[in-house]
Design a binder for this molecule. Structure first.
Ligand SMILES: [Zn+2]
Length: 256
């Protein structure tokens, strides 16, 4: 029997992990959130998509992938049942501890595959902090990674939270847990005090009753597959580049 190369850390033995880490200083960590995505999508949408992209990239590059970190910064969805959120500080510290645990085995480069926009701020803060410790974090998000393709496939009202764009990727990856008979289109409302240049402490429930932020009924698995392919190709490119970059070229520059 031909043994397939293992790339998922949780499937390896410690002996196999030792072999990997003694030759490689790079790892992929998928992170997401567990939050409402309308009546048609699973709560796990953001972490399930991140996991699929990260694991496929690991297979194509031979770079190790960690189990997905499922809970993220998503208190703004809490009115919708089943949403589980953690504070930005808890999220940042959790991801940091995971990185430091692997740094003990020599990992110096991490690619964070983030499936939830609300996590970005905490991740960016962590990346800045860890660079001072000679640990380099890059953060990958699938929707900006397909910035050319997505506007060709979807109208602006199909591109927001739980809309056709996200639902299509779910349909491509996890069709058995998407129920398109429940999909709705809902034009998000405007809050009475909204104005240009103003940031408000509002949640999703202030804008939509279904959790869908526009049009979701037009989702298709075919479009989702196209998005997945483009996104994984982009991430593979980045992972290979990062793998081949010398650590000294990633370090913080000295004082001028
Ligand atoms: Zn999402």
């Amino acid at each position: 029997m031909v043994r397939r190369l293992k790339v998922l850390l949780h499937e390896m033995s410690w002996v196999e992990a030792k072999e990997y880490f003694s030759k490689n200083d790079i790892a992929i960590i998928p992170v997401g959130s567990n939050e409402q995505h309308g009546p048609q999508n699973p709560l796990g949408t953001d972490h399930l998509i991140a996991k699929a992209i990260a694991e496929e990239t690991a297979k194509r590059t031979g770079i190790i992938c960690l189990p997905v970190i499922p809970f993220g910064v998503s208190a703004h969805h809490k009115q919708f049942w089943g949403t589980i959120y953690v504070s930005p500080k808890a999220f940042k510290n959790y991801v940091k501890d995971v990185c430091l645990a692997l740094n003990y085995y020599g990992v110096k480069k991490f690619v964070i595959v983030n499936g939830h926009g609300g996590n970005l701020h905490a991740l960016a803060e962590l990346a800045m902090e860890l660079r001072d410790k000679e640990i380099f974090l890059s953060i990958f998000q699938w929707w900006p990674a397909a910035s050319k393709l997505l506007p060709e496939l979807f109208k602006p009202e199909e591109r927001r939270h739980a809309c056709a764009e996200e639902t299509s990727v779910n349909l491509a990856l996890y069709p058995h847990i998407v129920d398109m008979s429940k999909a709705v289109d809902e034009e998000p409302g405007k809050h009475v005090v909204e104005a240009e240049g103003i940031t408000l402490p509002l949640g999703t429930a202030d804008y939509t009753g279904s959790g869908v932020w526009g049009k979701s009924t037009t989702a298709s698995a075919e479009k989702g597959k196209k998005v997945f392919e483009v996104v994984v190709a982009e991430l593979v490119k980045h992972v290979n580049r990062l793998k081949n970059t010398r650590n000294e070229d990633l370090s913080v520059k000295p004082k001028a």
